[in-house]
Design a protein around this ligand. Structure first.
Ligand code: HEM
Length: 205
């Protein structure tokens, strides 16, 4: 995936602290509306998926386990499509350069963190799908709209994917927590405009 313009240099003359979303010399300084909608749709779905996944596998749940499994598998399938689309979008669209007030080293760490988040998201959704379909379980939402299982029964691989899924979720939660903490530090301690690069979900012109 392409790095944000200017990640490895410290060039550019934009006044990044101004909060302006455009800069004539270096292009947009904030993410566009499509990237923002992808970001916040994924955050919303992940925030539902993780508690649902933990709850459905916890005992005792009475009659709640089945609806939670149906929710988790259905929303997980939607998330799979959205994450794949988001990664394809990201590969084909260069993000805005990081603000000049971020030192080059911090820019490189931020870029690598974002790449790792994408990788963990992909591993999480793909392992969830293989774990479910490979073990012969239905995905009710996909069945309802006529999408057949895309894989044959593969119980051994499915068992491995369950472990991969669990580790990917732990990694994702940990890295997302660091990511959010860094954004909050920029916002609340440093008082700069990093949050405005991705918030609100629709970019103001
Ligand atoms: C309330 C929680 C969150 C906030 C406030 C937040 C905020 C942001 C901001 C401001 C950026 C832009 C950073 C920049 O370009 O300098 C960003 C990028 C990103 N965020 Fe988050 N984020 C949150 C949660 C998450 C979560 C949970 C994930 C993963 C599941 C995530 C994944 C990403 C990724 C992959 C990017 C990189 C976008 C790109 O440049 O390709 N974020 N986030």
């Amino acid at each position: 995936m392409s790095e944000p313009a200017g990640t490895s240099s410290n060039g550019g003359s934009a006044d990044a602290s101004s909060g302006s979303s455009q800069d004539v010399s270096r292009g947009p300084r904030t993410h566009g509306t499509v990237a923002r909608l992808f970001h916040w749709a994924v955050v919303l779905m992940v925030v539902v998926q993780i508690p649902a996944g933990i709850a459905m596998t916890s005992e005792p749940l009475g009659g709640f386990a089945d609806p939670l499994y149906i929710l988790h598998k259905g929303l997980g399938s939607v998330l799979l499509l959205v994450v794949v689309a988001r990664v394809l979008w990201r590969i084909t669209h260069r993000p805005p350069s990081f603000p000049d007030f971020m030192p080059p080293r911090e820019q490189r760490i931020a870029h690598r963190t974002h790449m790792a988040l994408y990788a963990l998201l992909l591993v999480m959704v793909l392992s969830g799908y293989v774990r479910t379909v490979g073990d012969g379980y239905p995905i009710e939402l996909l069945n309802a709209i006529g999408v057949p299982p895309l894989l044959p029964s593969m119980p051994r691989l499915a068992a491995v994917m369950l472990v991969v899924h669990q580790f990917a979720v732990i990694g994702l939660v940990g890295l997302a927590a660091v990511h959010v903490a860094v954004v909050l530090k920029h916002q609340l301690v440093d008082g700069n405009t990093v949050l405005e690069r991705m918030w609100p979900p629709v970019r103001k012109s």
